[in-house]
Design a protein around this ligand. Structure first.
Ligand code: PMP
Length: 358
């Protein structure tokens, strides 16, 4: 018998794993998960009741597509249901994008640093990442437009941007969209849409109507607090939305996830009060960290970027030992999720103690 093993595709070599090493909670004492931009609130009782009820039917398959959720979202967003695709989180929709829209050798333009899934999605498809550095922590839309070539098949725009929390306004975004050739897909990743409070915040769902190359991506993971159940959706003109749906994993959104998302839409008022509180905490946290002398750009998300440069890893390590589990970007900064007010108080005190020169 020969001992050769099946050979994975060569493209996989060197593609980083999606999940970086998670921070380690200390052996004793409480710890706070501030490294994945999660919502600090547990599910509402009404959402938990829907989850429990749906869980009792786990012996059955869900529908191939979550049709009831699709219809509810269509009503909520005032778009026809054919404009929607759904998946297990917005990362599930990126897989649809990779399969439906990217070919080997295509170029995909996106800013860097940005959402870490982008290079993975692009390289998995055999396409070529074209990374355009942020300018002063913000999308450099002129440079991104200039990076588009006849080989570009897509632009990914993280708006607001993860990990910096920064955003571009509606007018600037529209000018950029007008410069992108109509055969180039623009993915407007609005994972943090509900936290974006500037009056100039763009709305990808509104923008998609007269832009056949635009896909707006949203998720139930952040504002709706359903990260553990994996529900995301995309809104696009029907030709694009239906191509993506063709590539969706059948039954990729479980019945439990669908019912939880439906219950969350019904409880949106209560959930958005929580989002208001997170936004208020974000501003309190930023004011406090800035007063300590840290450079923290304004954020339109549920996290803050702390430019700690070369000291980022050491600072994250110290916070980790105190149970504050944040995300370090070595040599660059920390990304800190806005947590409960208790976690935020502890963070302000701990970072204050670690401030150089204090
Ligand atoms: N887009 C961005 C910009 C994100 O930061 C995240 C999660 N961190 C996602 C998409 C994926 O979210 P999910 O798959 O949970 O919907």
């Amino acid at each position: 018998m020969s001992h050769t093993a099946p050979t994975p595709r060569a493209e996989l070599d060197g593609i980083p794993a999606y999940v970086p090493k998670p921070p380690k909670p200390p052996a004793e004492g409480p710890s706070y998960r501030l490294f994945l931009n999660e919502n600090p609130y547990p599910p509402l009782p009404s959402v938990l009741a829907a989850i429990t009820e749906a869980a009792a039917q786990t012996n059955h398959y869900p529908n191939i597509f979550p049709d009831r959720l699709t219809d509810a979202l269509a009503r909520r967003l005032d778009v026809p249901p054919e404009h929607l695709t759904t998946g297990p989180g917005s990362v599930g929709i990126y897989q649809q994008i990779g399969q439906a829209m990217l070919k080997p050798g295509d170029e995909v333009v996106y800013a860097w640093p940005s959402f870490e899934a982008y290079p993975i999605v692009v390289r998995m498809a055999g396409a070529v990442p074209v990374e355009v550095p942020l300018a002063d922590g913000v999308h450099d839309l002129d440079a991104m437009a200039a990076a588009i070539t006849p080989r570009t098949s897509a632009v990914f725009l993280c708006e607001p941007n993860n990990p910096t929390g920064t955003a571009v306004g509606a007018a600037e975004l529209k000018r950029f969209l007008d410069r992108v050739p109509s055969d180039v897909l623009v993915v407007l990743d609005e994972a943090y849409y509900e936290f974006y409070r500037s009056p100039d915040a763009p709305d990808g769902v509104a923008l998609h109507h007269d832009r056949p190359n635009l896909l707006a991506l949203r998720t139930f993971s952040k504002a709706y607090g359903l990260a553990g159940l994996r529900v995301g959706y995309g809104v696009a003109r029907p030709a694009l939305a239906q191509a993506l749906r063709k590539c969706a994993v059948p039954c990729g959104v479980s019945r439990v996830a669908e019912e939880a998302a439906l219950a969350s839409l019904r409880a949106e008022h209560e959930l958005f009060e929580r989002v208001d509180r997170i936004v208020a905490e974000r501003e309190r946290l930023r004011t406090a960290l800035t007063a300590q002398g840290w450079a923290v750009p304004p954020s339109e998300t549920n996290f803050l970027w702390v430019s700690a440069g070369a000291g980022s890893e050491a600072l994250a390590g110290e916070l980790e030992r105190g149970g504050l589990l944040v995300r370090a970007f070595p040599g660059d900064g920390l990304r800190v999720t806005v947590g409960s007010s208790e976690a935020n108080d502890l963070l302000i005190a701990a970072v204050g103690r670690l401030t150089p020169g204090r």
